[in-house]
Each structure stands twice: as structure tokens, then as C-alpha cells.
Design a protein around this ligand. Sequence first.
Ligand code: PRX
Length: 635
Amino acid sequence: MSNYHIKSLEEYFQVYRKSVQNPERFWEEIAEENFMWRKRWDNVLSYDLNKPEVSWFEGAKLNITENCIDRHLYTKGDKTAIIFEPNGPSQKAVHITYNQLYERVCKFANVLKSQGIKKGDRVCIYLPMIPELAVSVLACARIGAIHSVVFAGFSATALATRINDCDCKMVLTSDGSFRGNKTIDLKGIVDEALLSCNGVDTVLVVNRINSEIEMKEGRDQWLQPLLDNAQVQCEPEIMAAEDPLFILYTSGSTGKPKGMVHSTAGYMVYTGYTFKNVFQYREDDIYWCTADIGWITGHSYIVYGPLANGATTVMFEGVPNYPDWGRFWEIVEKHKINQFYTAPTAIRALAKENLDFVEKYDLSSLKILGTVGEPINEEAWHWYNDNIGNKQSPIVDTWWQTETGGIMISPIPFSTPTIPTYATLPLPGIQPALMDENGEELTGNQVSGRLCIKFPWPAMARTIWGNHARYKETYFSAYPNRYFTGDGAMRNSTGYYRITGRVDDVIIVSGHNLGTAPIEDAINEHPAVAESAIVGFPHEIKGSALYGFVILKETGESRSHDNLRKEINQIITEHIGPIAKLDKIQFTNGLPKTRSGKIMRRILRKIAGKDTSNLGDTSTLLNPEVVEDIMRNVL
Ligand code: PRX
């Protein structure tokens, strides 16, 4: 029996048991039989979760691009690796074969080298969803440079913070991007960001929208002429298993974003394995994940996981409602998509529109549907199941995180029976635990608690760039010897997991992780603002939306509240990006605080969510009178 491809529930149980009884042997077999190594490992796993230190496949040597590209050339060089579907529906899709991908990655890698980029250097990639984004990620990996992709919806300030945090030497960007019927001046955002980044010597610019942009002498260059002159061969840099592959930033409940560091071998093995099983990928399937490569979903399940399996993966540049709400389904029909992976927020938005947008298209190619990023509500699940899957295509509700690198809890389609809103069972090798408030593990079923993982898995992030102490504090200090996810979950009578949401101050808006602290810091920059607090409240489409409680300074502020609201959202857009804008802003004279001065967000959350029948224990409040006042004026 091959462990690699699970095809029944019985097999899943067998494989799972084996993966827990002897994790080293389990992962070793998968690594051995399905990947290409330049040197075999000396040791499968060593770890100490208190330090925390984890090392997989120690001693092994490899290059991930050999696994994602080169090794497929012998058997399927002419197979399409990437289908690029442009923003404009009348523009032709581009099919990039594995042979072409090889050439493009090698040329790009040679350009990086010619610009002085070496193994271990950090390269910031700030690009829209165009082929150069995937190619540049792989080009970095080819030469051992560490990529740090920043989602191209982030603002100049957010970009600068991320560039500086990991000392990037180079930025890859484009003159602009298309988004629906708009264009966005990406290069302008990079120019602004770089005013506060001293370490960046080079900016390479893709011409995407043919716009007039300023090129800074000595720093900025167009990419294409460099590619035209680059050699087609580029020997891969031979990497150690634990060499960092990339950094990807994610929000924390406090402080600046955390640069999660993923290493090479374990990440490759895990994303490859989980892609194959969760999407039951078969040789001629066409797979489409609608995420952006700027997020972990795109890293693991648009680029590395699919390509490690020699799959055909679709990259979509546009948005679901351009030119109309039928765009996703038009693409499914056009490319005969077999696996479709998206976020609940997109499903909810699509479900609000007329069903004609769906029924116009032939969706019969679909075999498997996926969701990720936030809990999916029952209504959205049924809409997806009935109208998109025609009750034939299992829905994989995949729970995982930037930190976990790959999918952790998910059905195996056609094997695990699904239940709406349940991520169901842990994938092989994953050992979840639910913890109670006293730090005890809740054994047995029908329990709810905080979700932890008890044993290392190959794709777990190894540290936070430049701050290992924070890594330990955030993930490994709440419960000794366990990774704490920050999520709450329940386990039902059959052992299925349902993720109930964050238990910290991270709010998930439209599937994007947002920490409250950076947004509050941005708001507090407004000259009229004295203090602020952000909480999430339920939103029909976004899942959660942001509600801000803002105390103004006593300066006899004469601007109208509506103008102030606009200005506050403008500041947030500048500091973080439009995704972090507040839906509601309530001006107030005070915020509920504990005697030690901590804002009681629990109370604000209840008020914002209009759930004030039981505010819980308010006896530790310093100023209970403000609660009444806030409740009276709630928006
Ligand atoms: O709260 C969980 C939620 O998204 C968080 C991770 O966000 P991020 O690091 O941005 O990665 C998102 C894509 C992997 C988790 O802590 N989350 C993710 N998937 C699910 C989910 N919540 C419920 N159900 C899911 N399937």
C-alpha cells in the first residue's frame, strides 16, 4: 500500500494510525518515494517544542524547483503547468508548459543572480496575479534566495514595514495591475514605500499595464530586457533541508506583522502530499485555487503543492464580479476545471447574486470543491453544494494557517463523509488536541476547547523572522509542548472537528487575517483621535467586519463625524490597505477598561454584535458607566 494517495475511508484510518504510531517512518516513506533528493537525510526528525526547535530531514540536500519543474520535464514537458487567466475576459488565457516554465524560471533566476542576489538574500515580491509572480517565486527558490511575497493590495506603509523587517535587497513589482475595471499604480506604491527603506538596491519592473511610470536611475530597471539577455540554463542551488524557503507575513494580535519562516524540505513534502490527497489530483485534472499568491493558500496550493505533483494549476488575475458575477463559472466552463478551491466570503458574495450567473455555464467538469480561510456557515455550504457541486462534488472544508504551511484538518474527498461546517478529521501526521481553560487536554468527544497540535509536522513554520522569542511566546507558551493555533474548536460525537473561530484579537475579514493593534495604531495617528478600539462583528458576506470605537481629543473638533470617519478610513488605507477599512465607526467618550487599564474587548464585541443580553462579568470594570453610554449610541 502506498501511503501517498489515500482512496478510501478505511485506508485513511490505517494510514492515520500508522502516521501517529511512527511519524518518522511515515514521513520518511513519503519523502523517499515521491520526491527528488540530491542527498538523503541522516535523520528524519529532531525536535524540542519547548525551545521550540524542529528539524525535518536533517542532512538532506535538495532544490524544490527540481521537484516542481525539472523532474517533470522527462515525462511531461509539454503538459501545461500554469494556465493564466487574465483580468479582461476578452484577453486570451496563456498556457505555460512545464518546458516553458523551466525556461522562464531559469532565465528569471539568472537575472536575479546578475543583479547580485545570492543564496539567503531576501527578495520582496509585490506583484499582481500574473505569471511573473509564480515564476519569480520559483526563481528565488532556484537560487536559494528567500522570497517574501507581499499581497499587492497592501499599502506603501505596510509594504515598507515588511521590506524593512527582513532587510530585502530587491523588490520585484510591475508598473501597475488590472483589477476589474480599475488599474492600480503598483510602482507608485513601491516608490512611496522605498522612501523609508534603505536596504533596497534594485527594483525590477514588469510591464503589465503599459503605463508611464518614473524609473529611478540606478535603482529601477524593466525586467523584460534583462530576461531577453538571460541564459536559459540555471543550475539549481543545492539547499539544506532546513534552509529557509520563504518568509510570509501574517497578523498577530499585537505588535507588527510576524514574518513566518518556512523551510525547504518539510514544506515541500507536506504541501505535495496534502495537495494530492485533499484534492485527489489525477494526472489530467485542471485545478483552480482562486486565492492570491500573496497569501499562504497561493504559496502552498497554487504554486508549490500542485507543481510538486506535476499538476496543471490556474492563476486568475481578476475578481469574481468582473465583467459580472458569472466570471468564476465562465472560467470553470472554459478550462473544464476539476477542482475548485475558494473562500467562504467569495461563496457568500456569489450566493447573493442571481442564480442565472451560475446556470448559464456548464459546471459538469467539477469533481471537488474546497473552502478555506474562515468558518463556512451552513447556508453558504449548502448553496455551494447544491448549485456549484450539484450535490455530486464533495466539499473539502480545509482548516489551516500561514503558520502551518499546509492543510491540517480536512475531509479526504470520496472517503471522508462530509458534514456542513465541519473540517472533519486531521490529515495523516496531524495530532490535534483541545485544551480547556486550565491547560488540561479535553479527551473524549463532544467537547469544545482551544485547538492545539501535539506533534510536529513537516510544514510547520520554524520561527518568526528575527524574533524567535516571539515565536515561542505566541505559539508554544500557552500550553507546554504544544503548538497553540489561536483558534477554538469543538469535536463532535464522531471525532469530527468544527473550527469555531479565533480566540484572540485577530479578526478574519473576508478571509483576511487582521490584527487589531496595527489598525488601532493607524487610527490613533489621526490628529483628532485620542484612543480607539477595534472589534469584529458578524457580517453577511465578509464573515466578520470591523467596528471601531473612537475617542476624540477635546480640541473642539469642528469637522463632521462623517468626514472624520472618511479620514480615519483613509489613514487605515494608507497604513495597511483597503482590506482593513472599518465598516462602522462609533465616537464615544470612553472605553470599558479593567483596573489595570486593559480595554475589555469582550464587552465591545458583544455591543458591536448587538448581543447585549448577557455582557458577562463586568465587575472588574473601572468605568462601568461607559458601557451604558456606548450601548445607547451603538450603530
Ligand atoms: O481562524 C482560522 C481561519 O484562518 C486562520 C488562519 O488564517 P491565515 O493564516 O491567513 O491562513 C488562511 C489560509 C490557510 C485560522 O487560524 N481558518 C482557516 N481555514 C479555516 C479557518 N477557520 C475555519 N474553517 C476553516 N476551514
